[in-house]
Design a protein around this ligand. Structure first.
Ligand code: AMP
Ligand code: MG
Length: 425
C-alpha cells in the first residue's frame, strides 16, 4: 500500500449536517451519549445457572464466610507447632483421620498428628498441615524432618470472602467467575436488570436482504447483520424493524413504532445532508431531543444522538465501517449503561506500529490492524489493513483489532507506540 494514499482531508468544518458548526472530539461525543443513557428499571429474578452475562440489579451480600471453616490446603497431617520443640526429626503418633466432607468436632489427644485431606476441616487446636510428601508414615506414627510454620497449609475461614461482604455489587456483568463466586456462597437465584430492548432500522431504498436477488443499483444490507450480531448479548433483546426505504413518512412511522416499543433505537443510513437523507427532518417532526454530532473521527461522518419518546436514539452512518466504528465507540457504551452496567471500560492494549502512514492531524482515526509478531516487550507489531475506507468491509473482517490514532498524531512510523482496541468480537 502506498502511504500517500492514506492522507486524509482536514476536519470537515464545512460539513453542514449539524445544528451547530462544532466538531466534537470522540470522547465528548461518547460522553453525550452516556449522559443521555438511563438504566432500565425493571428487575427479574433468574436462576443463577441462567444468569451468565446478565447485569446484577442489587448487591449480593454473603451470609457465610468463604471458606466457611478452617480447612486443609493439602493432603497430609494436621499438627500442633508447639509439639515441635528442639531439633528434629520429630516422631509423632497419628490419632485420627479426617477426609473432606467430614464435619466432626472430634477432639484429639495432645502431642498427636491427624491424617487430613484437602478441604477437610482442621481440628480445633491444630495450627499447621504438613503435606504428605514432606513426612514419613510408618505404622501409627509419622516422622517430620522440617519444623512447620504456624498456619502453614491452612485456608482460614473468611480469607476468600468475609461473612457480610458484597460478593457481587449491583451493576456488574455476571461473568462465569462471578457466577462461581455466587454459587460458592449459596446463591440460588439472582436479581438482574430486565433485558434492554434495542430496535434496529436499516434505511436505504437500495438495500436488499441476503437471499433476495439484486436489481440494478441495489446492495445487500450488511449493517443489519453487523448490528444484530454485535447486540446478541445476554442483557439485550433485539427488535428488528427491517429495511425502510428513503421515504420520509415510512421512516417516520418506523421510528415512532420503534421508539414506542424499545429502550434504544438504532438506525443506519440517511443521516448525512444529502437530499435523500431524511432522518433529521423526520425526527424533528417527532419532537425528538436530538443532536447531530459532527465527530472528529474517521470513519464517522455525522452521528445523531438523542432521545425520542424516552428511547435513546442513535442515527449511525450507512457506510459499513463507519457504522461499525460509531456503534462501538459511541453507541455501545451508552447501551451498556442503559442495560444497567455501572461503568464501561475500554479495554485497549499497547501495540507498536509496523507501518508508515502520513495523515493530517485533527481527527481520531480507527484503523483496522492485524499482526503476526510481537516486539521484545510482547507488544503486537501491527500492520494496517486496507485504506480505512468507511465503505469497506474486508479490512474489518480480517482485522484482529483497531488501532486508535489520536487527533494530534500526524505521521505514523514503524516502531511508534500505538493503542489498539478489540473490534466487536
Ligand atoms: P447513507 O448514510 O444513507 O448516505 O449511506 C452511505 C453508504 O452506505 C451508501 O453507499 C449506502 O448504500 C451504504 N449503506 C447504507 N445502509 C447500508 C446497509 N444497511 N448495509 C450496507 N450498506 C449500507
Ligand atoms: Mg442512504
Amino acid at each position: 500500500m502506498h502511504p500517500e494514499m492514506n492522507v486524509v482531508e482536514p476536519v470537515a468544518e464545512t460539513c453542514c449536517a449539524g445544528k451547530s458548526g462544532d466538531v466534537l472530539p470522540v470522547d465528548i461525543a461518547g460522553a453525550k451519549a452516556i449522559a443521555a443513557a438511563v438504566p432500565v428499571t425493571g428487575i427479574e429474578r433468574v436462576p443463577l445457572i441462567e444468569a451468565v452475562g446478565r447485569i446484577s440489579a442489587s448487591d449480593t451480600v454473603s451470609t457465610i464466610s468463604l471458606p466457611a471453616f478452617d480447612n486443609s490446603a493439602m493432603d497430609g497431617y494436621a499438627v500442633r507447632t508447639k509439639d515441635f520443640a528442639g531439633s528434629g526429626p520429630w516422631r509423632i503418633p497419628v490419632s485420627g483421620r479426617i477426609p473432606a466432607g467430614n464435619g466432626s468436632g472430634r477432639r484429639f489427644p495432645p502431642a498427636s498428628a491427624v491424617r487430613i485431606f484437602t478441604g477437610a476441616p482442621v481440628p480445633k487446636g491444630f495450627d499447621a498441615v504438613v503435606m504428605q510428601e514432606n513426612c514419613k508414615r510408618s505404622g501409627n506414627t509419622v516422622t517430620f524432618s522440617l519444623k512447620p510454620g504456624t498456619g502453614q497449609n491452612i485456608r482460614r475461614a473468611g480469607e476468600d470472602l468475609e461473612n457480610g461482604a458484597a460478593a457481587v455489587p449491583a451493576g456488574t456483568s455476571l461473568t462465569p467467575a462471578r457466577i462461581a463466586l455466587l454459587a460458592a456462597i449459596g446463591t440460588e437465584a439472582v436479581e438482574v436488570r430486565r433485558k434492554v430492548k434495542v430496535g434496529l432500522i436499516s434505511t436505504g431504498t437500495e438495500l436488499r436482504e441476503p437471499g433476495q436477488p439484486l436489481g440494478p443499483g441495489q446492495i445487500y444490507n450488511s449493517n443489519r447483520y453487523f448490528l444484530r450480531s454485535s447486540l446478541k448479548r445476554p442483557w439485550g433483546e433485539i427488535y428488528d424493524f427491517g429495511i425502510v426505504p428513503d421515504d420520509p413518512e415510512t421512516i417516520r412511522v418506523a421510528v415512532r413504532e420503534a421508539s414506542e416499543t424499545c429502550d434504544v433505537v438504532i438506525t443506519t443510513g440517511g443521516v448525512s445532508a444529502g437530499e435523500e437523507d431524511h432522518m433529521m427532518d423526520v425526527l424533528r417532526r417527532e419532537n425528538a431531543e436530538l443532536e447531530v454530532l459532527k465527530v472528529a473521527m474517521r470513519p464517522g461522518k455525522p452521528v445523531t444522538v438523542g432521545k425520542i419518546d424516552g428511547a435513546l436514539f442513535f442515527g449511525l452512518p450507512g457506510n459499513p465501517f463507519a457504522a461499525a466504528v460509531t456503534f462501538s465507540q459511541i453507541a455501545l457504551p451508552a447501551i451498556k449503561l442503559t442495560a444497567g452496567m455501572k461503568s464501561v471500560d475500554t479495554s485497549w492494549m499497547p501495540a507498536v506500529s509496523g507501518f508508515s502512514y502520513r495523515r493530517k492531524p485533527g481527527r481520531t482515526e480507527y484503523v483496522p490492524v492485524a499482526w503476526g509478531g510481537r516486539d521484545t516487550d510482547g507488544r503486537p507489531i501491527v500492520e494496517m489493513l486496507g485504506r480505512g475506507s468507511s465503505a469497506s468491509l474486508s479490512p474489518m473482517a480480517v482485522a484482529m483489532a483497531t488501532a486508535v490514532l489520536p487527533p494530534d498524531m500526524a505521521n505514523i512510523e514503524p516502531g511508534m507506540p500505538l493503542r489498539i482496541e478489540p473490534f466487536c468480537e
